[in-house]
Design a protein around this ligand. Structure first.
Ligand code: ADP
Ligand code: MG
Length: 378
C-alpha cells in the first residue's frame, strides 16, 4: 500500500477523502468527533509538508436527495476548530472556493458517488493534483470518492488508514499469543465471518451478546423471549462443530422481562431462559471468567457488546469485560460502533491500544476480505 511517504505534496493541491460520518443529535450537534480527530495527523502533516491546499471529500449518512440534515457543515466547523484554520464549505463541485482548506459538501448528494461513477470521479480529480485516502470507515465501499478517483491521480493512504490496516491485519498475521477474540453484539449472521477468521487463528474465542442465543438454541437450550435470530442457528452450529475447546459461551445470564431499563431483572444460574424472560446480559460468573482470559492474553480483539449495555441493569457484563480489556497488559484492539460507544460510556476509550474508526470496514478487513479503497492504493 502506498503511504504519505510515497507522495510528493509540496506545492500541490491535495484531494483528501476523510471519514467524517459522525453521529449528530437532534439539534445537528456532533456527539462524538473521534473520526474528525482521527484525520488530524494526516491533515497536519500535509500542511506541514507544504501542500498548497487541501480539498476534503466526505460523506454523512445516506441522503436520498440534497437533504440539509445531511450537510457536512457541523463537521467542517468542528474541523476548523481542531485544525485552527478556517474550513470553507463548498456547496457542490462547481463552486469550490480558493481557500487553504476546503470541505466539499456530502459526496452522497451526488447520485454517481455510490455507483463508483467514472465521470463523477473525473470531477473530483479535477480538484487536486494528488489524492490521499484517510477514510478507513468507507474503505470497504467501491465508491467514486474512495475507488474510481484513486485511479486518476497519484494516490496514497493517509496515516489513519495506514494505522488501521497495519493494526488490524497485524493481529491476524503476527499476533502476540495467546490471541483472544471477544465477539458479541446483536446478530451472529453479522459476525460469522469474524468468528470464522478467529476460530481459525485465535487461541480463545469468547462469545457474548444476543448472538449467544442461536448457539444456545443449537445446543437445545430454552431461549425464552431472548433476541435469537433463526438464521443464526445453522452458522452457530457450524461454529460449535468446528470451534472445539477454544470457543467459549457464557455459563450464566442476566434476564429481563422486556428490553427496558425499568423492567424486572433476574440473575440466571445457567443459560436456560424461562418463557416470558429475555437474556439481556452475560452473568457475573461468565464476565469474571472472560476477564481472566483477557488478562492472560498477548493480544485481544473485541467486537460487539456482551449485553444490552445501553440499559444500566444489563451493562455490567460489558463493563466488566471492557475494564479487563482496558487493564490488559497485551495489545488491545477494539472494532465496532457499539463497542466503541460502550467504551466511551465507561470512560475507557483512551485505555485501549487501538480503537478502530471503521465499523463494517474493520470487520471486513479482519475477515480477510479485500477492501476496494485499500486495494486501489497498492
Ligand atoms: P458493534 O456495533 O460493536 O459491532 P453490534 O451492532 O453487533 O455491535 O451489537 C450491538 C447491539 O447489540 C447493542 O445495541 C446491544 O443492545 C445489542 N445487544 C447485545 N446483547 C443483547 C442481548 N442479549 N439482547 C438484546 N440486544 C443485545
Ligand atoms: Mg452496531
Amino acid at each position: 500500500m502506498r503511504t504519505l511517504e510515497d507522495l510528493d505534496v509540496e506545492g500541490k493541491r491535495v484531494l483528501v477523502r476523510v471519514d467524517f460520518n459522525v453521529p449528530l443529535d437532534q439539534h445537528g450537534d456532533i456527539t462524538d468527533d473521534a473520526r474528525i480527530r482521527g484525520a488530524l495527523p494526516t491533515l497536519r502533516e500535509l500542511r506541514e509538508r507544504g501542500a498548497a491546499r487541501l480539498v476534503l471529500l466526505a460523506h454523512l449518512g445516506r441522503p436520498k436527495d440534497r437533504e440539509p440534515e445531511f450537510s457536512l457543515k457541523p463537521a467542517a466547523q468542528r474541523l476548523g476548530e481542531l485544525l485552527g484554520v478556517e474550513v470553507a464549505l463548498a456547496p457542490d463541485l462547481d463552486h469550490v472556493p480558493e481557500a487553504e482548506v476546503v470541505m466539499v459538501e456530502n459526496v452522497r448528494y451526488e447520485p454517481g458517488e455510490t455507483k463508483n461513477d467514472a465521470a463523477l470521479a473525473e470531477r473530483y480529480a479535477a480538484l487536486g493534483d494528488v489524492y490521499v485516502n484517510d477514510a478507513f470507515g468507507a474503505a470497504h465501499r467501491a465508491h467514486a470518492s474512495t475507488e474510481a478517483v484513486a485511479h486518476l491521480l497519484p494516490a496514497a493512504a493517509g496515516r489513519l488508514l495506514e494505522r488501521e490496516v497495519s493494526t488490524l491485519t497485524g493481529i491476524l498475521e503476527d499476533p502476540q499469543r495467546p490471541l483472544v477474540a471477544v465477539v458479541g453484539g446483536a446478530k451472529v449472521t453479522d459476525k460469522i465471518g469474524v468468528l470464522d477468521a478467529f476460530l481459525e487463528r485465535a487461541d480463545s474465542v469468547l462469545i457474548g451478546g444476543a448472538m449467544c442465543f442461536p448457539f444456545f438454541a443449537a445446543q437445545g437450550h430454552d431461549v425464552g423471549d431472548s433476541k435469537c435470530e433463526a438464521e443464526g442457528v445453522e452458522p452457530a452450529q457450524r461454529a460449535l462443530d468446528g470451534g472445539g475447546e477454544k470457543l467459549r459461551l457464557p455459563t450464566d445470564l442476566v434476564a429481563g422481562r422486556e428490553f427496558s431499563a425499568d423492567t424486572e431483572v433476574r440473575e440466571l444460574d445457567g443459560v436456560d431462559v424461562p418463557a416470558g424472560w429475555m437474556g439481556l446480559d452475560i452473568g457475573e460468573g461468565s464476565a469474571e471468567a472472560y476477564a481472566n482470559v483477557v488478562r492472560e492474553a498477548g493480544t485481544v480483539f473485541w467486537n460487539g457488546p456482551m449485553g444490552a449495555f445501553e440499559l444500566e441493569p444489563f451493562a455490567a457484563g460489558t463493563r466488566r469485560v471492557a475494564e479487563a480489556i482496558a487493564a490488559a497488559p497485551g495489545t488491545t484492539v477494539v472494532g465496532g460502533g457499539d463497542s466503541a460507544a460502550a467504551l466511551a460510556q465507561f470512560g475507557l476509550a483512551d485505555a485501549v491500544d487501538h480503537l478502530s474508526t471503521g465499523g463494517g470496514a474493520s470487520l471486513e478487513l479482519v475477515e480477510g476480505k479485500p477492501l476496494p479503497g485499500v486495494e486501489v492504493l497498492s
